[in-house]
Design a protein around this ligand. Structure first.
Ligand SMILES: Cc1ncc(C[n+]2csc(CCOP(=O)(O)OP(=O)(O)O)c2C)c(N)n1
Ligand SMILES: [Mg+2]
Length: 804
């Protein structure tokens, strides 16, 4: 028996073959040298900012050993070693991201759109269709806000539960193998202070989902030490009450040192097995980690760490300890380890240079083209001297970026404004081509570019016949949800009071009993993680409806929607999608925390999502149908005062679709156009009737969706006819009414067709006071609409419409 065989025999099963241990060492060394060289690149001005994973390598190698195909990671900027160990990040890609290389093959996580340290795998094929996620190592796309990886981590784990317990979901073989997938989370010690960390932990404990959350504890959050962050200075101690017992389910909590290779292997192995087989959530508190280079390139840790701490970090560096372990166990000689390190370092250097050469080569090529074109255009120009000078200066730029090139070309085109020669035309054509390329590089994929874009879903009109039932609005939705639960195994819904009672307005009444408690589910009161639960499940191919009970409480979940969901397709350049539908109810609520219509807030924070504002439940059901056929995330704001109003139930409830981005003309008129949405539709329609009685014919348009907004220019056409327009809603002044005004006046170029000032009719700037009088004096009423229109007509024709 050889020495190595003897060692192998004496080791527990979680310790891999000696050759694999040396491979782990090699990956750790590659990762470390990538960190060390990465920092230098920033200081040399080749990248703007750097944050690295040094000091956290060993635990990530252990996590990689327990990670299996189909599993998901949701972590943060320290996880480069894990990604490298999984084979999901090579050194060239690592540097491509550091340089912000926009080539998606070279930088598959974000195509240069995100700072370094934002990891992601690509779940989608180029055409936007899903890959087989069960055959991949999956990483959700990282975001920067500390702890924001937690809510979607909950959803990633929740999906495994759903796949395991819902029979129909077992058919979805591309996404899960019986819910065996573990969601692996990572978070820094200081970030555990965030509310969303605690909210996610509590929810995972309640739901008993396969989530393994690792805390990389280096005792600091930038400069602030642990005693300022965490009760008792230890997150595992603070969370001790979450530990499961014989009698009560909870978390398994494991503590381990970040430099102890075998203990780390064991911890991650056990955690993975427990989560995978029993769906028990596990928390691994990895202590005694270090930051050899400090927090990031933005500062030096010598400023705030004591000499003792800095010395301790050197002695307890996990790679140093790993090396000692290998030597003590005689797995390799010091020379052999030195050789591995030297090779790792050379490899990193070579790949770094290759990444730089590709990245800078592409820009230099553009620069040379631009220089040549400017010089050629300069030849016959009266501004030849200045143009040549511009080109020469551009040529001399050290480490040029694309901005240097494009801004020089734009300056040149300005100088050439009086010229008309072929050189100028070529320069202009080149610039236009670059604009297209740069749009693709920096601005594509805010919305889906696939065949499932909401704009490409065919319209299927609602069908009615003389026998069609007239029912409460909520029953239209109930029929719709019932149909979807029956026919679409990907579909499920959850939220506060959604399960047993079928939501506070009973659109899901009886559907939990009929379809099961894991299809229509109650949650605790936790809007932020309700959104995260939906995002994570949607990332895994499911089609959740996450309910926010009232629109005003969306604020608790808004951060996840804005930072994570709305930016997902954009920040991965189409590499991931999470077509979550957020269902909520608003408008015409009464009270400060029941204002119900902060649409401007939604519009400015949720670009990248579809925003639906149906006027009734039939329109809402049709919009849900469209959304479920598409692959875009959306929010649907139902009208709170509409659930008991009578509507006709379409015969094709499961099939009809409402086209998104297409306003509907609710009433034709010739004198003035009123553009509105949601509950205001009824108010404006009533006002239009009153106005008609006094000789004013108003055209009323329901925008139906605020994003996308009137893609066919229907409103503009109306304004061309009536020459007057009011944008009315329940939002604050300058909110969604101002958005609509900008979209129509600027976007549809109708200014020259206007015979009166364009106007808005919003609510008061404050939130609405309580009760019906509060509503009347805070939000636009029928009389407000009538008087506003009348005053505009009075201005035009005071004789026919004398002052009131
Ligand atoms: C919501 C939010 N607040 C502040 C920051 C700025 N910030 C970035 S990293 C960091 C410290 C995080 O420390 P820790 O969680 O311990 O992770 P470590 O960097 O030490 O691994 C802070 C405050 C941020 N990214 N997001
Ligand atoms: Mg820390």
């Amino acid at each position: 028996m050889s020495e190595l065989q003897k060692i192998k025999k004496s080791k527990p099963s979680f310790v891999p073959e000696p050759s694999a241990i040396l491979e782990d060492f090699r990956i750790a060394m590659i990762s470390r040298h990538a960190s060390l060289m990465g920092r230098k690149e920033v200081f040399m001005g080749k990248a703007k900012f750097g944050i690295f994973g040094d000091g956290k390598e060993l635990a990530q190698i252990a996590m990689a050993r327990a990670f299996q195909l189909g599993d998901f990671r949701s972590g943060y900027y320290r996880d480069q070693t894990f990604m490298m160990a999984m084979g999901e990040l090579n050194v060239k890609q690592y540097f491509a991201q550091l340089y912000a290389y926009t080539n998606v093959e070279e930088e598959p996580a974000s195509a240069g759109r995100l700072m370094n340290g934002h990891f992601a795998t690509r779940s989608l094929n180029e055409d936007g269709s899903w890959k087989d996620l069960t055959k991949m190592n999956n990483s959700a796309a990282d975001i920067s806000p500390t702890a924001a990886q937690m809510p979607k981590l909950l959803g990633l784990a929740y999906a495994s539960k759903l796949f395991r317990v819902n029979k129909g979901m077992k058919k979805l073989k591309q996404f899960s193998v019986n819910g065996n997938e573990v969601a692996w989370g990572t978070i820094g010690n200081a970030s555990t202070s965030e509310g969303m960390f605690f909210e996610s932990i509590n929810a995972a404990g309640v739901l008993q989902v396969p989530m393994v959350i690792s805390i990389w504890d280096d005792e600091y959050g930038i400069s602030v030490p642990k005693e300022f962050h965490t009760t008792k200075g230890s997150i595992s101690e603070a969370l001790a009450g979450f530990q499961r017992t014989e009698e009560k389910p909870g978390f398994e909590i494991i503590k381990v040192k970040g430099w102890n290779y075998e203990a780390l292997l064991q911890a991650f192995q056990e955690a993975g097995e427990l989560a995978r087989t029993e769906h028990v959530p596990v928390l691994i508190h990895v202590e005694e980690m270090t930051q050899p280079q400090g927090h990031s390139t933005s500062g030096s840790h010598e400023r705030y760490k004591s000499k003792e701490r800095l010395d301790w970090e050197k002695d307890w560096d996990c790679i140093k300890k790993f090396r000692e372990y290998i030597l003590e166990n005689e797995l390799a000689t010091a020379d052999a380890l030195d050789k591995i390190e030297a090779e790792a370092k050379a490899h990193v250097k070579k790949e770094k240079e290759a990444a730089w050469s590709d990245f800078s080569g592409e820009i230099k090529k553009e620069l040379n083209e631009a220089v040549a074109l400017i010089k050629s255009a300069a030849k016959d120009s009266t501004r030849k001297v200045v143009l040549d000078q511009l080109a020469d200066e551009l040529k001399k730029t050290i480490n040029p970026i694309r901005k240097d090139v494009v801004s020089t070309v734009r300056k040149a085109l300005l100088l050439l404004r009086f010229d008309s020669n072929s050189g100028k035309n070529e320069l202009k054509a080149w610039y236009e081509k670059q604009n297209e390329l740069n749009h693709d590089r920096y601005s594509s994929h805010l919305y889906s570019q696939s065949e499932w874009s909401v704009l490409k879903i065919d319209e299927v009109p609602a069908e009615f016949n003389e026998k069609s039932a007239v029912v409460d609005g909520r029953e239209v939705l109930q029929a719709f949800f019932d149909n979807k639960l029956e026919n679409d195994p990907r579909f499920f819904a959850f939220g506060e009071d959604v399960g047993k009672i079928g939501d506070v307005n009973q659109a899901f009444a009886g559907l939990q009993a009929k379809h099961g408690e894991w299809r229509v589910s109650d949650t605790s009161i936790r809007e932020c993680t309700i959104i995260g639960q939906g995002i994570g499940a949607a990332l895994r191919g499911l089609r959740p409806i996450a309910e926010i009970q009232y629109l005003d409480y969306l604020l608790y979940g808004l951060q996840m929607l804005s930072d994570d969901l709305a930016s997902l397709q954009y920040r991965t350049k189409g590499g991931q999608k999470a077509p979550l539908i957020v269902r909520t109810r608003g408008h015409r609520l009464e009270g400060v925390w029941h204002a119900g219509s902060p649409m401007g807030m939604i519009l400015s924070t949720l670009r990248g999502m579809v925003v639906c504002v149906p006027r009734d439940m039939t329109q809402a059901a049709g919009m849900y149908n469209t959304l479920l056929k598409s692959d875009e995330p959306a929010i649907v704001v139902e009208c709170l005062n509409g659930y008991r109003l009578k509507e006709r139930l379409p015969e094709n409830i499961g099939e009809f679709t409402v086209p998104l981005g297409k306003p509907e003309i609710l009433r034709e008129g010739t004198d003035l156009t009123i553009v509105t949405y949601g509950s205001m539709c009824r108010i404006v329609m009533d006002a239009a009737q009153e106005l008609s009685e006094i000789g004013i014919e108003v055209e009323v348009i329901d925008v139906q969706t605020l994003l996308p907004f009137d893609v066919h220019g229907i409103i503009g056409e109306s304004v061309k006819k009536t020459n007057r327009v009011i944008f009315a809603d329940e939002d604050v002044p300058g909110g969604a009414s101002a958005f609509m005004l900008q979209q129509v006046i600027e976007g549809q170029k109708v200014f020259r067709y206007l015979d009166s000032d364009p106007q808005t009719l919003p609510a008061k700037a404050h939130r609405p006071a309580y009760s019906s009088d509060g509503d009347y004096f805070s939000k636009p009423s029928i009389e407000d609409v009538v008087e506003k229109v009348y005053s505009m007509m009075h201005e035009v024709n005071p004789k026919t419409f004398p002052a009131l």
